[in-house]
Design a protein around this ligand. Structure first.
Ligand code: URA
Length: 300
């Protein structure tokens, strides 16, 4: 390192900045995927020691496609807070050092306690169970009109979104605006959010555990916004929300049912705008998907 000149160091810094690595978080790299892989074994051991067999076999509380509930709620009428007591301001205190399992449970409880989108935003802002919050500049909750009939959900904020605190404001956001405009929508007639509300450092892929921790919050956000149509932008969003491992090329363009917890709505996946910027040939398929969204909105 001592052989490097100031110019060399400036070049290395510029290289990292260009690559999106603009957050210094530690001296040594952390293999979060290895951490995630180790966690299920630890969780299994804990469950076996502390849970009666019947409870251990019960389905998880948060299953996006299988939750059922009362009939449709009118638009704008907030679905009732679930049975868990509302979280205190800022949600339950959870240290980011807690096992991810505990953080997922705390996230479910906190999300259930949100009676409105404003309350959900406040609870998320105070939630410390996801390590991404420590490296992000701010929470990126939503943009657009929460009363809109259609909701778009991306993967996670990037650098521009992290700076402005709004989803899809960078290059891919500009393309999303064009996609909305192509079917007569804009941010006054669409609601926009992400599965992950904090920017992963250097735009790295969120780990499965980080996604699992954030999932109850976006599920509750969808339930509270109560759109008629849900559009998943890109594979990671579609896989997380539609509980599938299918790739986006196969998933896109097909309407599926999404149970918000209060009613069943129509959901469709399409290519992520960032992918379309890299792969313009995909735009013809995204165009078809947007036309399908337009037709579904007219038919509803
Ligand atoms: N990509 C996303 O998935 N979400 C954003 O908000 C920006 C880029």
């Amino acid at each position: 390192m001592t052989d490097l000149t100031a110019d060399d160091l400036a070049d290395i810094l510029a290289f990292h900045w260009e690559a999106g690595v603009d957050v210094a978080i530690g001296e040594t790299a952390v293999d979060r995927f290895a951490e995630s892989a180790a966690e299920p074994a630890r969780a299994r051991a804990t469950t076996a020691l502390s849970t009666p067999a019947s409870a251990a076999l019960a389905p998880p509380a948060e299953a996006p496609l299988s939750r059922s509930g009362p009939g449709p709620a009118p638009r704008g009428a907030a679905p009732p807070a679930r049975s868990a007591p509302p979280a205190a301001a800022g949600g339950p205190a959870v240290l980011v050092t807690q096992p991810p399992d505990a953080a997922v449970m705390a996230a479910r409880e906190a999300a259930r306690g949100a009676a409105s989108l404003e309350a959900l935003r406040a609870i998320l802002d105070g939630f410390d169970g996801c390590a991404l919050k420590r490296t992000a500049s701010r929470l990126v909750f939503a943009d657009g009109n929460p009363q809109a009939r259609v909701m778009f959900v991306g993967e996670a904020p990037g650098r521009d979104e992290d700076q402005q605190g709004l989803p899809f404001v960078g290059r891919s956001g500009k393309l999303l605006d064009l996609m909305l405009g192509a079917i007569g929508l804009d941010r006054t007639s669409a609601y926009i959010a992400n599965v992950i509300p904090w920017r992963p450092p250097g735009n790295r892929t969120p780990t499965p555990q980080e996604t699992a921790i954030c999932l109850p919050f976006i599920a509750r956000q969808i339930e509270l916004a109560n759109p008629d149509i849900l559009v998943c932008l890109g594979g990671p969003s579609a896989q997380a929300l539609l509980a599938t491992t299918e790739g986006i090329t196969k998933l896109r363009g097909r309407f599926m049912n999404y149970d918000t917890g209060t009613r069943t709505i129509r959901a469709i996946a399409t290519f992520h705008p960032a992918y379309l910027l890299r792969t313009p040939l995909g735009k013809r398929f995204a165009w078809r998907d947007m036309l399908a969204v337009e037709a579904a909105l007219k038919a509803e």
